[in-house]
Ligand binder design. Structure first.
Ligand code: DC
Length: 243
């Protein structure tokens, strides 16, 4: 049996991966994997269990033990050990811990099968840092979505402000650069474009323009069997959200 097709969308924080991946998945009628949410869920579960976050083996054990469930309605809910933690995974602190524990090779290995299990018909859009390089290296369609650091920080700033949070742009830039550096420089599965990925810079593009460029990479046969249209107007917000 041939495997379900996968479209991988990798890139740094704030490039628009999350919003674009969800919209593309919806247009194609495919499943969606937010792999960052898995690392965030593990960060949360490890903290919850009081595990020493510097102990890579202990954190990897939590990856094997935790019960993870994604409930996909209009929005995606993440349940860890039966508890809805969706909102708690969005904090800057959770992102920072996720980035730290994501550097442990044992942790990445422990999460591989959980991620690959999302590959099911009719297809999968997978959003992350190493989707095209490590988790789904044989994916037929690969995108590396990026944007300037200033633009990514600006989007994050506007998003947090819209949530009513008291935020500081300089601090956001500092956090973003630190997380980028750690994700890019780690030895295991660093954030790099796959050799066969198409690089899209979203700095000056609207969401619909990015979605259209991504969909243009897929053959018409795939889109028509999924019922996707090539035109814009996906109903996406014009401001790119987190990721
Ligand atoms: O995409 P995100 O901000 O939710 O991801 C949180 C952290 O998880 C990110 O800083 C690095 C890590 N991550 C990873 O190492 N590999 C992935 N495929 C996805 C996320």
């Amino acid at each position: 049996m041939t495997e379900a097709p996968v479209l991988t969308i990798d890139g740094p924080s704030g490039a628009g991966k999350g919003t674009v991946s969800r919209l593309v998945a919806r247009r194609l009628g495919w499943r969606f994997l937010d792999s960052g949410a898995i690392y965030r869920a593990l960060a949360w579960a490890a903290r919850r269990r009081g595990v020493d976050l510097n102990d890579a083996d202990a954190v990897a054990r939590v990856a094997g033990e935790m019960e993870l469930e994604f409930i996909c309605d209009d929005d995606v809910k993440v349940l860890v050990d039966g508890e809805d933690v969706t909102d708690r995974l969005q904090t800057e602190e959770c992102g920072r811990i996720a980035s730290k524990i994501a550097a442990y090779p044992q942790v990445r290995r422990a999460l591989l099968d959980k991620q690959r299990a999302f590959r099911r018909p009719p297809g999968l859009v997978a959003d992350g840092r190493d989707m095209g390089t490590v988790v789904f290296p044989d994916a037929p369609y690969k995108v590396f979505l990026t944007a300037s650091a200033e633009e990514r920080a600006r989007r994050r700033y506007l998003q947090l402000k819209a949530q009513g949070l008291d935020v500081n742009l300089d601090q956001i830039i500092k956090d973003l650069e630190e997380r980028d550096r750690r994700d890019r420089e780690r030895e295991e599965s660093p954030l790099v474009p796959a050799k066969d990925a198409v690089v899209i810079d979203s700095s000056d593009l609207s969401i619909d323009e990015v979605v259209d460029r991504v969909l243009a990479l897929l053959p018409e046969t795939v889109k028509s069997s999924s019922g996707a249209t090539a035109s814009s107007g996906s109903g996406g917000e014009d401001q790119l959200r987190r990721n």
